[in-house]
Design a protein around this ligand. Structure first.
Ligand code: APR
Length: 232
């Protein structure tokens, strides 16, 4: 591969699967067991905030028993050791990239371990359970919601992400099904001539938009890809 200098990497639930977190669309996946419209929309939160809090409390608690895997660690190593520009964009709301040591990281769908005040908008670290009685530590007034981008809401940091996509010379998508936009459209937002690579267990819905697609486990494919980039 010609040596890239500006790299954007997008990750999805597949990168955390081997750590023990369920993906969304597998047969036993997260959404199979819940209706999206019951737990992951602003309307659901308005209708039944206790149910939505319970759903995200379970997700938050599940983080305590999982660890970053070889794929998360390889991406953190790439950031540490590579001299080019690297932006890691994740759709995942878990903290496994953070714990692996990735710093130049955007959580475009929010973060499980944060809460947002409905009155003053302050975003707070929120490691424990949240419920309808939870109050904002900053203003003392507002009820809290999970700092999660729900269906029908705008993903975070989009301007910065599109700017990086337009400028990068290599775009890599890892462990994402290509079903959910805008992330599924990132490959199409790169400039003509940009090298594009998909690393996924199976070909995603948008695999044909990539110049190259490799199938396999993230814990095999990602460390191998990182070694390739680091060896120039
Ligand atoms: N290694 C690599 N890829 C894997 C692995 C693995 N070990 N396990 C699963 N995958 C792949 C699956 O084949 C699938 O294509 O990861 C992908 C996961 O897809 P989804 O479950 O749809 O997750 P994601 O693409 O991250 O979903 C996007 O949808 O529901 C919303 O907000 C939620 O951020 C999420 C968004």
């Amino acid at each position: 591969m010609t040596t890239p200098t500006r790299l954007v990497i997008l990750t999805g639930a597949g990168i955390s699967a081997e750590s023990g977190l369920r993906t969304f669309r597998a047969a036993d996946g997260l959404w199979e067991q819940h209706r999206v419209q019951d737990v992951a929309t602003p309307e659901a939160f308005h209708r039944d905030p206790a149910l939505v809090h319970r759903f995200y409390n379970e997700r938050r608690r599940s983080l305590a028993s999982v660890q970053p895997n070889a794929a998360h660690l390889a991406l953190a190593r790439l950031e540490r050791e590579w001299r080019g520009d690297l932006l890691l964009v994740t759709q995942n709301v878990d903290d496994l990239h953070d714990r692996a040591g990735s710093g130049n990281l955007l959580h475009m769908h929010g973060e499980l371990l944060k809460g947002r005040c409905l009155a003053c908008g302050t975003i707070q670290a929120w490691p424990g359970d949240m419920d309808t009685a939870s109050r904002c530590p900053a203003c003392g007034r507002g009820p809290m919601r999970p700092h999660i981008v729900w269906f029908g809401e705008l993903p975070l940091e989009m301007e910065r992400i599109y700017r990086a996509l337009e400028r990068c010379d290599l775009f890599v998508a890892i462990g994402t099904s290509g079903l959910v936009y805008p992330a599924a459209g990132f490959v199409a937002a790169t400039a003509p001539g940009t090298r594009t690579l998909e690393l996924n267990l199976e070909s995603s819905l948008v695999a044909s938009s990539f110049q190259e697609a490799r199938t396999g486990l993230a814990t095999n494919l990602v460390p191998a890809f990182v070694s390739e980039v680091l060896s120039g």
